[in-house]
Design a protein around this ligand. Structure first.
Ligand code: NAP
Length: 275
């Protein structure tokens, strides 16, 4: 039996793919959300899930949440249990978890809710080769690129590199569209034409229409993005690397959080620029 913990935006979709291929047991802190998963049985407790499953997948929010889940599983795990964590957390915490549990893969994802629905996520994995090989077929039910990028913590480091690139693109999208709007350009045309050349990006193509509709429903929330930027800036600092652009975006998102808009999607950054 396979276990999946965390039925949020991402976890529920990923678990849905597993349920189509494997016998699945799911658990969510708020039980009502777990009940909505097609095909998966719902565990009453973390203990029940740990006692029943050989492979356990986790997708919760931040480092402390993964630690809390692991504490709930620990005493009850099967001898050979493998744990795969899809949450984005601090790389150094992932390393500690691997030291403590042995059979542990850090496996943060990218591709958003759309990628989770379509089963086309990219999954950055860190950990021992044999643990990765064991987890890979399960992850391939929702991942298009499932890659081991190094030892424990490396998956999270790759995810940090990803997030640094993502926020640069979101800022470029927001500034470009604010400029185009102020200049009175046709906005649909701007997205199409700028998006077709060297100025194009995933952000412009996918978030551009959301900006035009002023649709800030997540998706990926500013609060989650800020968590990732904190982890990225901390990891960069530990390596003696300054990331001025990432710091700038972090401060711009912070201004939206101060307005109580942390639950909105990241393209809302446009409104900080456009005014
Ligand atoms: P989400 O919709 O907010 O869901 C978070 C899930 O974690 C919920 O099921 C929540 O349970 C559970 N949870 C949080 N703290 C917990 C705790 N202490 N103990 C047990 N369960 C806990 O988040 P998401 O968007 O699915 O994101 C999940 C992870 O994937 C995050 O690390 C995020 O950074 C990463 N990620 C997200 C996206 C995206 O586009 N959304 C893309 C890539 C990566 P409750 O239902 O009880 O609150």
């Amino acid at each position: 039996m396979i276990g999946f913990i965390g039925m949020g935006v991402m976890g529920a979709r990923m678990a849905g793919h597993l349920a189509r291929r494997y016998e699945l047991l799911v658990w969510n802190r708020t039980p009502e959300k777990a009940a909505g998963i097609d095909g998966g049985k719902v565990a009453e407790s973390l203990q029940e899930l740990a006692e029943s499953c050989d492979e356990i997948f986790i997708c919760v929010s931040k480092t402390e949440d993964v630690q809390e889940v692991l504490a709930g599983l620990k005493q009850h795990l099967r001898e050979n249990a493998l744990i795969v964590d899809h949450s984005t957390i601090e790389p150094k915490a992932a390393k500690e978890m691997a030291r403590e549990f042995g059979r542990f893969v850090d496996a943060p994802v990218t591709g958003g809710e759309k990628g989770a629905i379509e089963g086309t996520l990219t999954i950055f994995c860190g950990g021992r080769q044999e643990n990765f090989e064991r987890a890979k077929p399960f992850m391939e039910t929702y991942g298009k690129r499932v890659r081991r990028v190094g030892e424990s913590g490396s998956g999270q480091m790759m995810k940090m590199a990803n997030q640094i690139s993502v926020v640069g693109c979101v800022l470029a999208m927001a500034e470009s569209l604010a400029f185009a709007e102020r200049a009175g350009l046709n906005m649909e045309e701007t997205i199409e034409l700028v998006g077709s050349g060297a100025g194009g990006s995933w952000s412009l193509t996918n978030y551009g229409p959301k900006v035009l509709a002023r649709d800030w429903s997540p998706g990926f929330s500013i609060d989650l993005q800020q968590k990732d930027l904190r982890y990225a800036l901390e990891a960069a600092n530990e390596m003696g690397l300054d990331l001025p652009g990432t710091k700038l975006v972090e401060s711009l998102f912070a201004s939206l959080q101060e307005q109580g808009r942390g639950g909105q999607a990241t393209p809302a950054l446009f409104e900080v620029i456009a005014g």
